[in-house]
Structure formats: structure tokens, C-alpha cells
Design a binder for this molecule. Structure first.
Ligand code: CA2
Length: 151
């Protein structure tokens, strides 16, 4: 049987990981993050596709695509977490498990980061654990998919 596909979507400015603000986001790059996700997914028997975009509409189109193709979704919507009703609506229409990940602890930061529209549509939310948050999100999805299989 084919390995279930997990889409990992990263939103605006995350392509700049490792180049600025290392005190908040660390010094590793988006490439490093995607390698960690690929290695973790392989160990869990999951297939993975990682994508990053700076465009809200593209992120929404990818969420819609996930509905057709993926068994689970990991998303760091970055700044769109705090602004995008459209992204939330797209995620609410997806009937696969969705884990929202933030590298930083958004609740320890400026008050405008404390609310995420996306959280309303997420199965679970992980923040403040850096890259490990993505690894934990993959483990959580693997557990959820196994439980679904058992039912
Ligand atoms: O902590 C997170 O993962 C965030 O989603 C990151 C977003 C921020 O708007 C959210 O409130 C929390 C910002 C991503 C910007 O990433 C950069 C990385 C390196 C250098 C500059 C920006």
C-alpha cells in the first residue's frame, strides 16, 4: 500500500529562515527544516511534500489541493495566521487532520500574534518548540492516521 501523503506548507517570509532574526527563529535554513521533515517522515513511513510561498492565494490553492491528494496537513501560516479569514475558510473545508505549527511561542510575543484564525480550523496547534514542532506534528499525524485506520 502507498505511504500516506503529508503536505507541509510554510507561509510568507519563512524562506528567510537562517538569514535574519536568529534569536527568534534560530540559525538553520528552510532547506534544513525540509530535510528534517523528510527524514522524520521516512522514519514514520509517511510520504511528504514540503512547499513555501509568500502569496496568500497560493497557500489557499495548496490547501484546496490537499483535500484531494493528502492524508494530513502541517501548516505554518506565518503572518497570515493572524489576518486571513480566507485561509481559515479553506482549512475548514478540508476534512483531513491539520496541525498548525509556529516556530516561536506566539503567546509570549506581541499581542497581535496571540490570535490565530487558523487555529479554529486546526486539529492541533504546536508553538514555541522551533523545528522540533514540525517533527512532533508529523508524529501526531502518524498517530491520528493509525487511529483512523483502526476504526
Ligand atoms: O513563529 C512562527 O513560526 C511564526 O509563524 C513566524 C511568522 C510570524 O509572523 C508569526 O507570528 C509566528 C514570521 C515568519 C518570518 O520568518 C522569518 C524568518 C527569518 C527571518 C525573517 C523572518
Amino acid at each position: 500500500m502507498a505511504a500516506p501523503l503529508i503536505l507541509v506548507l510554510n507561509g510568507p517570509n519563512l524562506n528567510m529562515l537562517g538569514t535574519r532574526e536568529p534569536e527568534i527563529y534560530g540559525s538553520a535554513t528552510l532547506d534544513d527544516l525540509e530535510t528534517l521533515c523528510a527524514e522524520t517522515a521516512e522514519g514514520l513511513g509517511l510520504a511528504i511534500e514540503c512547499r513555501q510561498t509568500n502569496l496568500e492565494g497560493e497557500l489557499i490553492s495548496w490547501v484546496q489541493e490537499a483535500r484531494e491528494r493528502a492524508a494530513g496537513l502541517i501548516i505554518n501560516p506565518a503572518g497570515y495566521s493572524h489576518t486571513s479569514v480566507a485561509l481559515m475558510d479553506a482549512l475548514l473545508a478540508v476534512d483531513i487532520p491539520v496541525i498548525e505549527v509556529h516556530l516561536s511561542n506566539i503567546h509570549k510575543r506581541e499581542s497581535f500574534r496571540h490570535h490565530s484564525y487558523v487555529s479554529r480550523a486546526a486539529t492541533g496547534v504546536i508553538c514555541g518548540l522551533g523545528f522540533a514542532g514540525y517533527r512532533l506534528a508529523l508524529i501526531a499525524l502518524s498517530d491520528i492516521l493509525e487511529e483512523e485506520d483502526d476504526q
